[in-house]
Ligand binder design. Structure first.
Ligand SMILES: Cc1ncc(COP(=O)(O)O)c(C=O)c1O
Length: 356
C-alpha cells in the first residue's frame, strides 16, 4: 500500500496489507520466492536473513497488530527467541494455564538454572501484580489455553512496566481482530500463526510483533543467528489464509457463541467455559472416560489437537502429559470452525446423548 493511505479498518487491512506495488504487470498477490541467496549489495543478501514472501506476511500482520512483525518457524520458536533475551536468574511471571508448550519452555529453562519462574492465575489481576516484584518479564496469554481465563491486559501491562518488566502477550486465541495488545502498551505480541492466522490446518509458523525499533533489531538478530525461520511456502500459505481472517473469525465466533449456549443446557455437560468472544470454548464432562467417549463419537467434529482452523476440532486436554493438573480430567477444548452451526450441534448432541 502507498505511504499516504488513511488509517484503514482491520477487515480492509486483512485483505490489502502486504500486497505487491500497484504497477503494470505486477501480480496482485505476493509470489513464492524460493531463494537461499540474492545478488549481493541489497537488503536481502541471504535466505536466513530475509525473504520477500515472509516480508509480505510480516507487513500484513504488522499492519493488523500495529507494529513490526517477524515471522518464525513456529509459535514456540518465536517464544524461545523471547525467552532467550531473559538474563541469567531473572524472574518470568506467567499464567499457570498458558499453553503447555510455553509452560514447558519455562520449566526447561528453570530446571537448568537459567531463569526463575512464578506461575499465576492470570485472571486474578491483584495476585499477578503481587507476584511482579523483581520480574524481568510478565508473560500474558489471554484467553488462556485451555482454561479460557481472560486477563485484564491493560492493567497488567501498566503494572508490569511499573515493576520494570517487559510485557509479552500471546495473542493466538484472540487474534488482532479481537485484541491488539500493542495498543494497550504491551512490548511484544506473540502468535502461533499455525492457528487462526493461517487457519487451514496445513501450516506451522509463528510470529512476534513489536513497536520498538531497537527491540525489533535485537529479535531479528536472534532469528538471524539461530535460524528459526519459516519456510517460504508456509509464509505464502499463511498470507493466503490471513486474507479471510475476518470472515473466518466472525463466523466461527458466532458458531461458538451459539454452541456455548446450547451446551449449557445439556445434562451431560457440567460446565461450559466461554469468554464471550473468540472461537474457542471448553466443556467439562463428568470424567475422562466420558470425554474420551465423546471425542470418538462424532462424524463432523475431528478429534485432533491444535485449533483455529475452518473445520471444527476438539480434544480432551489432559490426554497430554504436560497439561496442568489443575485442568479437569473431563475438560474438552473445542475449536469451533465455520461450518453450519446446526450440523455442528446435531453431531455434538448425538454424541453427548450417548453419555446418558
Ligand atoms: C496459545 C498458544 N501459544 C503458542 C503455541 C505454540 O505454537 P506452535 O505450535 O505454532 O509452535 C500454541 C500451540 O498450540 C498455542 O495454542
Amino acid at each position: 500500500m502507498s505511504g499516504d493511505t488513511p488509517a484503514l479498518r482491520p477487515a480492509t487491512l486483512v485483505v490489502h496489507a502486504g500486497r505487491p506495488p500497484r504497477e503494470v504487470d505486477q501480480p496482485l498477490s505476493t509470489p513464492i520466492t524460493m531463494a537461499s541467496t540474492y545478488v549481493a549489495g541489497g537488503d536481502l543478501e541471504y535466505g536466513r536473513f530475509a525473504n520477500p514472501t515472509w516480508q509480505a506476511f510480516e507487513e500484513a500482520l504488522g499492519a493488523l497488530e500495529g507494529g513490526r512483525a517477524l515471522a518464525f518457524s513456529s509459535g514456540l520458536a518465536a517464544g524461545a527467541t523471547v525467552l532467550d533475551l531473559v538474563g541469567l536468574d531473572a524472574l518470568v511471571v506467567a499464567p499457570r494455564h498458558a499453553y503447555h508448550g510455553s509452560i514447558g519452555q519455562l520449566g526447561d529453562l528453570e530446571s537448568r538454572g537459567r531463569i526463575r519462574t512464578t506461575l499465576v492465575d492470570i485472571s486474578d489481576t491483584d495476585a499477578v501484580i503481587a507476584a511482579l516484584d523483581d520480574a524481568a518479564v510478565l508473560w500474558i496469554e489471554s484467553p488462556t489455553n485451555p482454561a479460557l481465563e481472560v486477563a485484564d491486559v491493560e492493567r497488567l501491562v501498566e503494572a508490569g512496566h511499573a515493576a520494570g518488566a517487559r510485557v509479552v502477550v500471546d495473542n493466538t486465541f484472540a487474534t488482532p481482530l479481537l485484541q491488539r495488545p500493542l495498543e494497550l502498551g504491551a512490548d511484544i505480541v506473540l502468535h502461533s500463526v499455525t492457528k487462526f492466522l493461517a487457519g487451514h490446518s496445513d501450516v506451522m509458523m509463528g510470529a512476534l510483533v513489536v513497536r520498538d525499533d531497537h527491540l525489533y533489531d535485537v529479535l531479528k538478530g536472534r532469528r538471524d543467528l539461530v535460524g528459526a525461520i519459516p519456510g517460504t511456502l508456509e509464509a505464502w500459505l499463511a498470507l493466503r489464509g490471513l486474507r479471510t481472517l475476518h470472515l473466518r473469525v466472525e463466523r466461527a465466533q458466532a458458531n461458538a457463541t451459539e454452541l456455548a449456549s446450547r451446551l449449557q443446557g445439556h445434562p451431560a455437560v457440567s460446565e461450559v467455559r466461554y469468554p464471550g468472544f473468540g472461537a474457542i470454548l471448553a466443556m467439562v464432562l463428568g470424567s475422562a472416560e466420558a470425554a474420551d467417549l465423546l471425542t470418538h463419537s462424532t462424524s463432523l467434529w475431528v478429534h485432533a489437537t491444535s485449533l483455529g482452523s475452518v473445520e471444527s476440532t476438539f480434544e480432551r486436554r489432559r490426554r497430554w502429559k504436560g497439561e496442568a493438573a489443575t485442568i479437569p480430567e473431563g475438560l474438552v477444548r473445542m475449536s469451533v470452525g465455520v461450518e453450519d452451526v446446526d450440523d455442528l450441534w446435531a453431531d455434538l448432541e448425538q454424541a453427548l446423548d450417548r453419555l446418558g
